[in-house]
Design a protein around this ligand. Structure first.
Ligand code: NAD
Length: 286
């Protein structure tokens, strides 16, 4: 049986502009199978917060779709574990310890991704933290830490990835993790810093999308609703309220988030930029 890669090469050689289309190209059903437009073969991705939760699941999904993936996390050991899981899928992968709130460390991590994997086509800027406190009791440290990881670091990672993609002179994809909390106010937990940080991510995403669209880089965000990860398992006392407030009556599994990330990273999303894709079981409908 002929492999996907061989079929792609054959199509290109015979003038059929199939799988290896630049993101800007127009696709028609006469030239390509729509399912092939979701493939990420020969792409290099980086994922932050890849050590667990949504980041790990999405790193694996990007690899399943064909990409080689650099896994970045504050916890270098768990980033390396994710990288080993990806290597078992027969894709190239490295694990890097990096605090994404340190812009110089982010620049060095992106340089290492390019050194070791060859280029950078997709950046999934996903690392995030949450803290809860009534605003009148919130300390400067609580406010600053959440803004630093959730918003400042998304800027540092987008800037470093954008610079690399512009230098390469070919199309790139940036996907930022926002949250439904960027659009609504969660309850019963009090988290004004988190909500403000995620609203910032959505507007930063739109700003970068407008700036870099003419240069071939799309920038989109995803906005998950409540998802079963260590972040939410830490506050189990809220789960009944969250289920009640979600039309689908449950939390998402991380595997229900990763399809959106693969989609936004793929040629199937070639004309989508500045979009915030909400994945919330209907939470924001009410
Ligand atoms: N779980 C949810 O319900 C939910 C909902 C909406 C949005 N989100 C967002 O999704 C993203 C992932 O969340 P999750 O639920 O997988 O969380 P998680 O806590 O399970 O995983 C977060 C990962 O980010 C890493 N990280 C934290 N600070 C970092 C730093 N300074 N530098 C590098 N890595 C760092 C952690 O080590 C961890 O591996 C976050 O941005 C979060 O805000 C989560």
């Amino acid at each position: 049986m002929i492999s996907r890669k061989e079929r792609s090469r054959e199509r290109v050689q015979t003038g059929e502009r199939a799988l290896i289309l630049p993101a800007r190209a127009v696709m028609t059903t006469t030239t390509m199978n729509v399912l092939d437009t979701f493939r990420l073969d020969e792409k290099i991705a980086m994922v932050t917060g890849a050590g667990r939760g949504i980041g790990r699941t999405c790193a694996l999904a990007l690899a399943e779709a064909g990409a080689d993936v650099a896994c970045i996390d504050l916890n270098g050991e768990s980033a390396t574990e994710t990288a080993e899981m990806i290597q078992r899928l027969d894709r190239r992968s490295i694990g890097l310890a990096c605090d994404v709130t340190d812009s110089h460390a982010v620049d060095r991590a992106v340089a290492r991704v390019i050194d070791e994997l060859g280029s950078l086509d997709i950046a999934f800027n996903n690392a995030g933290i949450c803290n809860h406190a009534p605003t009148e009791e919130m300390t400067d440290e609580q406010w600053l830490s959440v803004i630093d990881v959730n918003l400042n670091a998304v800027f540092y990672c987008s800037r470093a990835a954008g610079r690399a993609m512009l230098r390469q002179g070919r199309d790139g994809r940036i996907i930022n993790t926002a949250s439904m909390s960027g659009q609504i106010v969660n309850h019963p937990q009090l988290q004004s810093g988190y909500n403000a940080s995620k609203a910032g991510v959505i507007q930063l995403t739109r700003s970068l999308a407008a700036e870099w669209a003419p240069k071939g880089i799309t920038v989109n965000s995803i906005s998950p609703g409540y998802t079963g990860t260590e972040m939410t398992l830490a506050v189990k006392e809220y789960h009944d309220d969250w289920r009640r407030d979600t039309p689908m009556g449950r939390l998402a599994e991380p595997t229900e988030i990763c399809g959106a990330v693969v989609f936004l990273a793929s040629p199937a999303a070639s004309f989508i930029t500045g979009h915030d894709l909400v994945i919330d079981g209907g939470f924001t409908c009410w």
